[in-house]
Structure formats: structure tokens, C-alpha cells
Design a protein around this ligand. Structure first.
Ligand code: ACO
Length: 272
């Protein structure tokens, strides 16, 4: 199984860009080592957290991360290859993922996987032109081309309305709200977990789904109550302990079965 996206793709499905980018010629290609500096810059600009250089090296060298770059070929003065958007993702084993309970397994298919989207971003001047939509389509197309892949999933912070609207528009299903998932600047934020099933994976609208959703809802309610009780107890014990970096820290507080995000924490984020 190739773990890398195929090469350059002309975006024939792009909507006609509106002024002042009417002549933009957006294309998609894999991210490569020459994108390193720009990729780091855009991550710094778009996300309220710092990523370690190991993460970027992994992206540009195609380690265990797959990625797509968006560039505007109509840009003059040697900028035609400069990133204007990107998406990065990695494979995780379905049975070890935090949505393992939502997957209908087929033992005849071998080890089943999911694609977990790590980061997605479009620079401000190229927004609302369909660039992110096209990047996500690339990820879905890629995931669908791998027979053992069951879906694409991601976390998004609960107040990121443009991103939430994007995923909903693309028929991702919001399957969970994770309370206090992110810790940024010492403050907890909820996250939504969105999934897009591929390759005939479970129909998100089946009656069984509703049962699973209700069970998950009840289970997450119990977890919230339990974790609040636990946090209260811990607070008593930890009163006075502060975040090392008061300005920029992010720590998903869910670690159980959250292979991708816990790896994100250990390999990609600056955290306490
Ligand atoms: N307000 C409301 N809806 C929006 C907005 C917005 N500002 N931007 C995009 N959308 C929704 C719309 O439904 C739109 O479809 P429509 O125009 O047909 O209604 C749909 O998303 C697709 O829009 P695109 O033009 O493809 O999105 P864009 O290229 O502007 O990129 C993105 C959206 C990636 C969220 C961009 O705003 C961005 O880079 N934000 C900062 C970084 C970020 O938040 N990344 C996502 C974090 S989650 C993660 O990384 C897993």
C-alpha cells in the first residue's frame, strides 16, 4: 500500500475564484522539503500553538505523514510554488483509534486503518475560494483508494465555526463532543470529533448508529461527571501548580485510545 498521495493535481473542480483572485490558478501537490520554511510560517500564523521541528520534518520528508499543498500557479515573481494552503494527515489503526467503537470490522480485510487529519489551513487572502474543500476532497479520495481504510476523522476546537461549517458542508459527521479536550494558555476548550466514513464503512444513518450515539452520549455523560469529580480531587492536591509556558500551551486531556492526538502532543506540540 502506498502511503503517499499521488503527484501533482490540477484542480479542475475548483469553483471560479472571486475578485481580487479571479485569475488564481490553484493546484495541489504533495508537500516537499522546499516547503519547510513556508509551512512553519503558516502554522505559526494560523494556530495558537507551536509545533516542534520534528513535526515539520516529518511532513516535508513524507515520514509517516501524508500531506497536500495548495499553490497558486498564477502568482508572479517566483511565488507560484509557494504554499497558500495545506492539509497534513496520518494513518492510525482503526481498532486503536478513539472511534474504534464506531467501525464495523471485516476480519477478511486485514488490519483496518483510518486517516487522521492533523492540520488544515488556508492563508487569509485565499479563503472562501473552496481551497480547504478541495484539500479535504483530496484526503477523502486518497483514503477511499486504500481498501483497508475505513474513514477520515479529526478534532476541531468547539468555537472554530468556519472549520465546523466546512466539515459539515463536506458531510463529515460530528460524533462526539470532548469536554476540555484542549488546554490552551491554561484554559480548557471542548473539541468536536468529526468522521467521514469511506469504503462502505458503517452507514452513519443506520438505526444501529442511533443506538451507538445514545450509548456514547450516556457514556460520555458518565465520563464527564467522573472526570469532574476526579479534577476536583486533583485540584485539591495540585492547587498552586502552574503551566510552564503561560502563553502557549496545548494539552489534549483525553489520552485513552486517542493514539493520534496523544502522539500529536508528544511529537508536535509545545506543552507542559
Ligand atoms: N465562515 C463560515 N463558513 C465558512 C467560512 C467562514 N469564514 N470559511 C469556510 N466556510 C465553510 C463554508 O460552508 C464553505 O462552503 P460554502 O462557501 O459553499 O458555504 C466551506 O467551509 C468551504 O470553504 P473553503 O473556501 O473551502 O474554506 P477555506 O479555504 O476558506 O478554508 C479554513 C477554511 C481551513 C477553516 C480556513 O478558514 C483556515 O485556514 N482557518 C484557520 C486554520 C483553521 O481553523 N484550520 C482548521 C482547524 S481544524 C484542523 O486543523 C483539523
Amino acid at each position: 500500500m502506498s502511503r503517499f498521495p499521488r503527484g501533482f493535481v490540477e484542480n479542475s473542480s475548483m469553483e471560479e475564484p472571486e475578485t481580487p483572485l479571479r485569475r488564481a490558478s490553484i493546484c495541489f501537490r504533495p508537500i516537499n522539503p522546499s516547503d519547510l520554511e513556508r509551512l512553519e510560517q503558516i502554522h505559526r500564523d494560523l494556530f495558537p500553538i507551536r509545533y516542534e521541528s520534528e513535526f515539520f520534518q516529518n511532513v516535508v520528508n513524507g515520514g509517516d505523514i501524508v500531506s497536500w499543498a495548495a499553490v497558486d500557479r498564477s502568482r508572479p515573481d517566483g511565488h507560484s510554488e509557494e504554499l497558500i494552503g495545506f492539509v497534513t494527515a496520518k494513518f492510525v489503526l482503526a481498532r486503536e483509534s478513539e472511534i474504534s467503537d464506531l467501525i464495523r470490522y471485516d476480519s477478511s480485510k486485514g488490519e483496518e486503518t483510518l486517516v487522521y487529519i492533523l492540520t488544515l489551513g488556508v492563508v487569509e487572502t485565499y479563503r472562501k475560494l473552496g481551497v480547504a474543500k478541495s484539500l479535504i476532497k483530496e484526503v477523502i479520495k486518497y483514503a477511499s483508494s486504500i481498501p483497508v481504510c475505513r474513514g477520515v476523522y479529526l478534532h476541531v476546537i468547539a468555537h472554530n465555526n468556519p472549520a465546523i461549517r466546512l466539515y459539515k458542508r463536506m458531510s463529515f459527521r460530528c460524533v462526539r463532543r470532548l469536554h476540555g479536550f484542549y488546554l490552551i494558555n491554561g484554559q480548557h476548550f471542548d473539541s468536536y470529533l468529526f468522521v467521514y466514513f469511506v469504503n462502505g464503512s458503517r452507514s452513519p444513518c443506520s438505526p444501529l448508529d442511533l443506538v451507538v450515539l445514545v450509548l456514547n452520549y450516556v457514556r460520555s455523560g458518565i465520563k464527564v461527571v467522573a472526570s469532574k469529580l476526579r479534577m476536583k480531587q486533583e485540584e485539591k492536591g495540585l492547587r498552586g501548580v502552574k503551566c510552564k509556558d503561560n502563553t502557549r500551551c496545548l494539552l489534549p486531556t483525553q489520552t485513552k485510545r486517542n493514539l493520534a492526538s496523544s502522539e500529536r502532543v508528544s511529537s508536535g506540540y509545545d506543552y507542559v
